[in-house]
Ligand binder design. Structure first.
Ligand code: NAG
Ligand code: NAG
Ligand code: NAG
Ligand code: NAG
Ligand code: NAG
Ligand code: NAG
Ligand code: NAG
Length: 508
């Protein structure tokens, strides 16, 4: 949140003063490139205890710890999309989008998360939503798990326990059986990295203080649960349902603080392996398993701390093979960048100490209402290139989240600039770097509950009036902008775009 006001004001000035160069402006998005917008169940649905829905860990967390949500709010009502989903779908259609990415609330269709108790009203709701999406000419892209674990399963240990794997598979089976005839793009888990953080920090559910231990167990079981669902689909559903499966991985691009420092350059590599590689290497690399640097560092530190073995669980050789290749494309969530130096920080033990990296203060423009978002468009092109270099040229990449948080202004020129400059970098990745980027998803379709930032951090292309019992939706300027993008398949010429030279000066 450093000197945000000044930074954002600077962006505005640049918008007015500097017109973009032509470079990639006239490059178009390929014919089969798809655009969409995303939401997640807990962040928009509301109806937290309606029609037989069970309690999720985010219900528990926000009810017992309003102090950990910046405005003390919760998702009890949220944007009331459970009742107003038709308007959400209409918004996507108005913007000319091709798909709607939403998530299913596990506890809405299985109140305890168990397969012996299925809530038909929950199934009915998602059937109505999926049909509405399809009847409007859009494709549903469905996330199975976007952090709102049924509380019952958390009581059994949540993702820190491998008990979760069989129940996740049983849940996925219910989804394939009920929705797989119409859903052809699945995401098993959204941002396992961030969900695992609920076992490291207090600000995300379940909010457990098990630093350096719980986080790796949760990650390990999420990767195994994902692989299990991929194989289930392969075995029983793929032939007739013909869909694709992935998991969404998020990453901040990382830049060495001192360009000439070997330490900082190595720390930067470690940072990327400890964030993206942690999940991507077991699934997308040729050799599988966790990145070597994670295995080495965590083992060394664990032994020194008095643990008999590494705190990072290990895969058996069968598991390495079982997990490898269990994604049909790379689903990338990307927002900002970090400036990285070598150094020790965090509790002992902790994930942060294991990384051996420091996130240093930078002077990139920041979102005024998000604690972690910087405006660094080149990062998205760099990370796309990094993925291609690490995991192969043939891998298709779908940008599954990108977007900007502000205070909810309707004339959201900063968001338009953010989206435009990032999409220009995506165009460069496609046309200059020959990367296979197949689509782009804006986070988010509508303003919503932004986890621990509550309702104060607004990402929506559509404004939601949270003081209105009817939660009126209104398109922002960025919604019109996206309409123009999907129509022309270019970044419209009539927008002043932040000059990319700026990034160069700032060290990106
Ligand atoms: C943009 O491209 C046009 C046509 O090639 C050229 O005339 C114009 O000078 C360029 N503008 C900038 C800012 O580079
Ligand atoms: C790019 O597109 C704009 C608007 O359509 C047009 O005026 C300009 O000449 C184009 N530039 C190039 C280099 O094609
Ligand atoms: C987490 O636990 C450690 C000791 O295990 C303690 O020192 C630390 O203060 C706790 N952190 C929080 C945020 O409760
Ligand atoms: C970094 O190294 C390059 C090449 O070795 C050198 O030209 C440059 O001056 C160095 N920059 C800094 C800031 O030390
Ligand atoms: C781990 O410890 C071994 C043995 O002491 C050492 O050779 C190696 O460099 C260490 N690796 C890391 C990444 O710390
Ligand atoms: C997850 O990936 C899907 C594609 O599988 C994408 O459309 C969606 O936006 C992603 N979800 C999130 C929360 O990023
Ligand atoms: C979208 O394009 C139309 C026609 O090209 C233009 O008149 C309009 O200003 C654009 N929308 C916005 C929000 O700029």
């Amino acid at each position: 949140m450093l000197s945000c006001k000044i930074q954002c004001f600077t962006i505005l000035n640049i918008v007015i003063i500097v017109m973009a160069r032509n470079n990639s402006k006239n490059y178009t998005f390929p014919k089969d490139f798809i655009f969409g917008a995303a939401t997640s169940a807990y962040q928009i649905e509301g109806a937290w205890n309606v029609d037989g829905k069970g309690q999720s860990i985010w219900d528990t967390f926000t009810h017992t710890h309003p102090d950990r949500i910046s405005d003390g709010s919760n998702g009890d009502d949220a944007a009331k999309s459970y009742f107003k989903y038709k308007e959400d779908v209409r918004a996507l259609k108005e913007m000319g989008m091709q798909f709607y990415r939403f998530s299913i609330s596990w506890s809405r269709i299985m109140p305890q998360g168990l397969p012996n108790n299925i809530n038909q009203k929950g199934i009915d709701y998602y059937n109505r939503l999926i049909d509405e999406v399809i009847n409007n000419g859009l494709k549903p892209v469905v996330t199975m798990f976007h952090w709102d674990l049924p509380q019952y399963l958390q009581d059994l240990g949540g993702f820190a326990s491998d008990v979760i794997i069989i129940y996740f598979e049983a849940y996925a089976e219910v989804l394939f059986e009920n929705f797989g005839d119409r859903v052809h793009m699945w995401t098993t888990i959204n941002e396992p990295y961030n969900h695992a953080f609920g076992y490291e920090v207090m600000t995300l559910a379940p909010g457990l203080n098990t630093t350096g231990v719980g986080i790796y167990l949760a990650a390990h079981n999420m990767i195994k649960a994902h692989a299990r669902v991929y194989h289930l689909y392969d075995k029983h559903y793929r032939a007739k349902q013909k869909g694709k499966i992935s998991l969404n991985l998020s990453v901040q691009w990382s830049v060495p603080e001192h360009k000439n420092s070997t330490d900082d350059k190595e720390a930067t590599k470690a940072e990327l392996e400890f964030t993206l590689g942690w999940y991507a290497h077991p699934i997308y690399s040729k050799e599988g398993d966790y990145p070597q640097i994670m295995k080495d560092r965590i083992r060394n530190l664990s032994l020194a701390e008095g643990f008999p073995t590494s705190r990072l669980p290990s895969f058996t050789s069968e598991e390495i093979v079982y997990v490898k290749g269990t994604a049909d494309y790379f689903a990338l969530n990307q927002y900002g960048s970090y400036l990285i130096a070598k150094g020790d920080t965090g509790a002992n033990p902790s994930y942060f100490r294991d990384k051996g990296t420091l996130i240093e203060p930078d002077n990139w423009p920041k979102s005024e209402t998000s604690t972690w978002e910087s405006v660094t468009p080149k990062g998205i092109r760099n990370i796309i290139k990094w993925i291609k270099e690490q995991y192969g040229e043939e891998l298709e990449i779908l940008i599954t989240e990108n977007g900007f948080a502000d205070n909810g202004e309707l004339n959201d020129i900063i968001r338009i600039n953010y989206l435009a400059t990032y999409m220009i970098e995506v165009l460069k990745a496609i046309h200059f770097d020959k990367c296979k980027v197949i689509g782009y998803t804006v986070w988010s379709l509508i303003d919503n509950l932004e986890w621990s930032n509550g309702y104060s951090s607004k990402f929506g292309l559509y404004h939601v009036d949270f003081n209105d019992p009817d939660r009126k939706r209104t398109p922002k300027q960025s919604a019109h902008f996206m309409r123009n993008v999907t129509e022309t398949r270019q970044i419209p010429y009539n927008y002043g775009i932040i000059d990319r030279e700026l990034d160069e000066e700032e060290g990106l």
